[in-house]
Design a protein around this ligand. Structure first.
Ligand code: ATR
Length: 274
């Protein structure tokens, strides 16, 4: 529950998606505003697709500071906005919208959030051989941001090979110096593994996207799944002595990056007690 005082001056920030009832964002965002004594309030709106355009216009006319966009509207919202940040355009999805001088500007903080969760641990992708598991929206956001740090190569493994091929072509076109290859079998050596699929997520917590894989203690293993915090993938990686990065950090970091866009405030990662 909110413990801050709301007043006519309190600035609203929204979340639009369908469904939104299980989203952790309202709890996380309002916790940050209360702790940082910021006069904002974050509200989730379950929006039917035929009301998306009216909702976006409503956000504009009600002077929302901004809003987050979640499944299934991250792509559909793009034509309704005035400007799109170049990285979000490349990713082809927007999860954060800022209202600035009456204009709605779209960003994608998923990739930024993932990078932040690495950087706070002093981990860089530069010169690394990286395996991305999955080739959906999250893989696209993460793949484009890791490519910016000039890893040696990015391997993409996905259940549907053609989607791995399409994502690797997209990264290759924008970052030709980074070797990006769709793969079926995992090559050696790999420095960093990133699971971007939903495998291992509650309630199917026994699922593991890398069943039978032999980890090496020098590897960094990341999972975007945050429920449970310790997925099977992370459990096995930790047992093998790897550095592990869980999905909750990316969730917090993408929220913090959105707040930075909306308010200009830098929020420390430690603020979250989710
Ligand atoms: P998101 O936006 O969260 O990334 P998405 O675009 O639907 O969601 O992508 C989900 C990813 O998880 C895809 O790479 C998907 O594989 P396919 O491209 O073959 O659909 C992968 N995925 C989901 N369920 C999976 C499963 N049971 N086994 C293997 N991969 C799975």
């Amino acid at each position: 529950m909110l413990s801050m005082e709301l007043s006519p001056k309190t600035k609203p920030i929204g979340l639009i998606g369908h469904p939104v009832e299980h989203s952790l964002s309202p709890k996380l965002q309002n916790h940050i505003y209360t702790t940082m004594e910021m006069d904002y309030v974050y509200l989730a709106f379950d929006v039917q697709e035929n009301m998306l355009q009216k909702t976006v216009e409503g956000m504009r006319s009600l002077h929302f500071t901004g809003f987050n966009v979640t499944i299934p509207y991250k792509e559909k919202v793009i034509p309704l906005l005035d400007e799109i940040d170049p990285q979000a355009a490349l990713i082809g999805a927007v999860n954060t919208v800022q209202r600035k001088d009456g204009k709605l500007i779209g960003y994608n903080t998923d990739g930024l959030g993932f990078m932040h969760s690495l950087h706070v641990r002093g981990i860089s992708c530069k010169g690394k051989r990286i395996l991305v598991v999955g080739a959906g929206g999250a893989a696209r956001a993460i793949g484009i941001y890791i490519a910016m740090e000039e890893p040696e190569c990015i391997y993409i493994q996905n259940r549907t090979f053609n989607k791995a091929l399409a994502l690797s072509n997209c990264i290759n076109m924008s970052y030709p110096s980074v070797i990006t290859i769709p793969i079926i079998n995992i090559p050696k050596p790999i420095d960093m593994i990133i699971n971007t699929t939903s495998l291992g997520m509650w309630p199917k917590i026994e699922d593991n996207p890398l069943k039978g894989y032999s980890f090496h203690p020098d590897q960094v293993v990341c999972d975007i799944v945050y429920n449970p915090r310790m997925t099977k993938l992370l459990e096995y990686a930790q047992l093998a002595g790897c550095t592990i990065v869980g999905g909750i950090d990316m969730l917090v970091a993408q929220a913090i990056k959105a707040i930075e866009i909306w308010t200009g405030k830098i929020v420390p990662m430690e603020i979250s007690n989710l």
